[in-house]
Design a protein around this ligand. Structure first.
Ligand SMILES: Cc1cc2nc3c(=O)[nH]c(=O)nc-3n(C[C@H](O)[C@H](O)[C@H](O)COP(=O)(O)OP(=O)(O)OC[C@H]3O[C@@H](n4cnc5c(N)ncnc54)[C@H](O)[C@@H]3O)c2cc1C
Length: 439
């Protein structure tokens, strides 16, 4: 069963012209649309399915600074600041609570790993710190074992994936943005070497700039324009429980399980560090780009050849803008979860926190995560095509930095002083940098 995000009332009219079209109605696209609308820019957000139908409603809901690549920390700091004010800003409920996050360590080598991360993060003066067994027992009573250490950040938190992007979309609409659902963008039109509009399944929209926030679809979209965005997909499986009383408020991750409390009183649970990497034609095309990251993360990945290979093989890579595109064929990516990974995750959790033994699992689902070779997103203009911007490749941790990423994208589009230095997120950092073909 797929999670059901809060419904958003779409706009009834397709505008003929706006300043900016945002492609994709996940946390990134909706946040971008909100910040653009707040700047007084006219914006249309086009979503092929419904708002937050894909990754943005299927994730764990963790909003964290800790454990991030140092390149992402400034954006994470700004995002946590924005999350704190997001209910007031949107007049809605995003579910954000600054409830703290704890990463439990199994052994000294995990403690050393977080010690090293703290060293890299010191310059940002976060409140993240290593804690010992006594403090862990105090913060997380009821574990069946004594943990040697943990990384703890009291100022990190959680939000509700099924509520946040819809609340942000509604706020963007209230500020004048057109929110168009069931409205796939087939491609971008250009004039005099720059963006001049998009063609949607409902008709064209003229615009000065396009932001592609298409999640797992962004590589296909870019490829159809001759732009190489290195991006693969990984399957994450998740489950949630009915309400449970007396269990931790903190979001907790250990080597082989993770849980966080939900606003409805239940818990979102998963097996941590256990994802399936479907082998698809792009796995071969991008083999050398992803080789270095595969070397370090292969233990967490279960490579699988399955029906996705054939499904992706059949997807056309180019199409004409006056006939249906692959985006209209799949309104919402809704893959099957891995039952064995979830069963194992549940067993791991109960073994370590026996109070979860009686939990009632009410829903299981999966999401396809879009990853880049360095697991850092691309938030960037595309130099070869003025007016075209990317905000994609959030590599399994884009929900927490969604608000900051949306703000940064809006700044890049309008040319305002960016909220953080955008250099680490540029598309050009990848090899085959600007491989936009002459076509
Ligand atoms: C199981 C799982 C757990 C995760 N846990 C966390 C977590 O705890 N914390 C965290 O920070 N992150 C987490 N993530 C990652 C996070 O969910 C994503 O990084 C984030 O949601 C990405 O948002 P997005 O807007 O880029 O993509 P999406 O939410 O996938 O949205 C992209 C949208 O674009 C639309 N689209 C694509 N192409 C077109 C087109 N041509 N026309 C119109 N619409 C189009 C799609 O339909 C889709 O709705 C997790 C992800 C998963 C799957």
């Amino acid at each position: 069963m797929a999670p059901r995000p809060e419904p958003v009332m779409p706009s009834e009219i397709l505008p003929q012209r706006v300043d900016v079209v945002v492609v994709g109605g996940g946390i990134i696209g909706t946040s971008t649309a909100l910040f653009l609308a707040e700047k007084g820019v006219s914006v249309a957000l086009c979503e092929k399915g419904h708002i937050a139908g894909e990754q943005s409603s299927r994730n764990w809901g963790w909003c964290r600074k800790m454990g991030r690549d140092p390149a992402e920390i400034p954006l994470a700091i700004e995002s946590l600041r924005l999350w704190e004010g997001m209910n007031a800003r949107t007049g809605g409920e995003t579910g954000f609570r600054k409830a703290g996050i704890i990463y439990l360590c199994e052994n000294q080598s995990e403690i050393d790993k977080y010690e090293e991360w703290l060293e890299h993060a010191r310059v940002f003066q976060l409140d993240s710190r290593l804690i010992g067994p006594d403090e862990i027992d105090r913060l997380l009573p009821g574990s069946s074992r004594r943990w040697p250490g943990a990384l703890f950040t009291a100022s990190d938190g959680r939000a509700e994936p099924q509520k946040a992007a819809p609340a942000i979309a509604n706020a963007a609409a209230a500020k004048g943005a057109f929110i168009l659902t069931q409205c796939a963008v087939r491609g971008v039109e250009t004039a005099a070497g720059r963006v001049s509009g998009v063609v949607t399944e409902k008709g064209p929209i003229a615009c000065e700039a396009v932001v592609l926030a298409g999640g797992a679809w962004s590589r296909l979209f870019c490829g159809s324009m001759g732009i190489n965005l290195p991006q693969l997909k990984i399957l994450g499986s998740v489950m949630r429980t009915a309400p449970l009383a007396g269990l931790p408020e903190y979001a907790v991750g250990a080597a082989d399980f993770a849980f966080r409390k939900r606003l409805d009183g239940g818990y979102t649970i998963a097996q941590r560090n256990a994802n399936v990497a479907p082998i698809v034609p792009d796995s071969f095309r991008l083999f050398f780009d992803f080789m270095p990251s595969l070397r370090t993360s292969w233990r967490e990945l279960r490579l699988r050849v399955g029906k996705r290979f054939v499904e992706e093989w059949r997807i056309p890579r180019r199409w004409s803008l006056d006939s249906p595109s692959p985006f209209e064929a799949v309104r919402t990516l809704d893959p099957e979860p891995s039952e064995s990974i979830l069963d194992q995750g549940r067993a791991n959790l109960v073994r370590n926190f026996p109070a979860f033994a009686d939990m009632q699992i009410v829903e299981r689902w999966a999401g396809l995560i879009d990853v880049t070779p360095d697991a850092v997103p691309v938030i960037s203009p595309v130099e070869d095509l003025p007016g075209f911007f990317l905000a994609s490749g959030f590599s399994g941790h884009g929900f927490g930095i969604g608000p900051g990423a949306g703000r940064l994208t809006a700044d890049l589009v309008t040319g305002d002083t960016p909220i953080v230095d955008p250099t680490p997120y540029r598309l050009e950092r990848f090899t085959n940098k600007r491989s936009r073909s002459a076509a």
